[in-house]
Write a protein that binds this ligand. Structure first.
Ligand code: NAP
Length: 317
């Protein structure tokens, strides 16, 4: 498995992590199989969030950890906090409370809940899940200092933050922000579209996020890519999806050349990028985990990278 640096440090982490957003639907036994399969393929990095399955994903993970052969100390475990869940304000199955919150009290309480559900003593990393318009920078600083001093959290980062938000927060903190977790994949390419279409009057040339990709590279913040095999906002995977015939034909062609499956090529496309991103896969299916992991073993050519970008429906000027 390819490795990338953890933020601006020289510590090495795998270029692929296993996200457990969908673990809530699995039995602890199946979850343990998913964790072991990933671990054996070099993926010893776990990504969670307190809201996944309203906490159920972390409970299943905790049970799976007790059942399986993978030891906690051999894993890098990350979770996220700051999105409020509130069953009383339910909007369908996702029980969003209609509020983000980064107060010191909420962050401390959230981490205690995560540790309890996962049956662990510390988190390797904690991310602020999604920007809170009312974020109190001093409250975040105090929470991070307490969490670090108590040994409950080793490293910190953010998710879905634009560069000015990262810079603003970083200026207040004692700790260096290591990660920014953002959606990126063949069907979600805004971060590279902008760079390819600068100064052109098309929608791709519109900078939605303030040069996020370039900013993170310059600051040595590791970009973690969420939902790498999805199109839209959790609408489904594009892999083997008949609505994406051209992309699937292109993935198959490159997959045949390297003797792997399509997940591996969709993964290799992300990992080819010189920003040294860490991708977060969300499959719980051992066969899909294994094929995805192969994407961390191969390197596609520059032409193949562009051919896949075009086959996904993106245009070059
Ligand atoms: N920071 C954020 O705001 C944020 C938001 C969303 C997610 N995340 C993180 O990102 C992680 C990954 O998200 P995700 O689960 O949406 O990512 P994903 O890996 O793009 O999608 C996983 C889904 O695609 C399916 N899939 C994958 N390969 C397939 C194939 N070859 N054929 C058919 N189905 C296939 C999986 O089903 P099978 O299980 O059947 O393979 C699963 O339902 C999450 O677990 C979470 O940790 C973060």
């Amino acid at each position: 498995m390819k490795k990338v640096n953890l933020g601006a440090t020289t510590l090495q982490i795998p270029a692929m992590a296993l996200g457990i957003m969908r673990m809530e639907a699995k039995s602890p036994k199946d979850a343990a199989t998913a964790i072991e399969t990933a671990y054996d393929a070099g993926i010893n990095f776990i990504d969670s969030a307190d809201i996944y399955g309203q906490g159920k994903s972390e409970e299943v993970f905790g049970e799976a950890l007790k059942l399986g052969n993978v030891k906690r100390e051999n894993l890098f475990i990350q979770s996220k906090a700051g999105i409020i869940i509130d069953p009383a304000r339910s909007h369908g199955s996702f029980v969003f409370g209609g509020r983000y919150e980064f107060t010191k009290e909420h962050l401390l309480e959230a981490v205690d809940g995560i540790l309890q559900r996962m049956h662990i003593d510390y988190l390797d990393s904690l991310l602020l899940h999604r920007p809170d318009a009312l974020m109190d920078l001093d409250g975040i600083k105090r929470a991070f200092d307490i969490l670090q001093a108590s040994g409950k959290v080793r490293f910190f980062g953010v998710s879905n933050f634009h560069p000015q938000q990262v810079a603003m927060l970083q200026a207040e903190l004692s700790q260096r922000l290591m990660f920014n977790q953002l959606q990126f994949g063949l069907m979600h390419t805004g971060m590279v579209d902008f760079g390819l279409n600068t100064n052109i009057s098309n929608s791709e040339g519109t900078d939605h996020d303030g040069g996020l990709l370039e900013y993170c590279r310059r600051q040595h913040i590791t970009i973690q890519t969420w939902s790498p095999f999805q199109y839209g906002n959790f609408e489904g995977t594009f892999i083997d999806n008949p609505d994406y015939p051209e992309l699937n034909a292109a993935l198959q062609k490159v997959a045949d050349k390297y003797g792997v499956g399509k997940n591996a090529i969709a993964a290799a496309w992300i990992l080819k990028h010189p920003a040294d991103m860490q991708m977060i896969i969300g499959t719980m299916n051992p066969a899909h985990i294994l094929d995805s992991a192969k994407g961390g073993e191969i390197e596609i050519t520059n032409q193949e990278w562009y051919d896949l970008y075009l086959a996904a429906g993106h245009k070059l000027p």
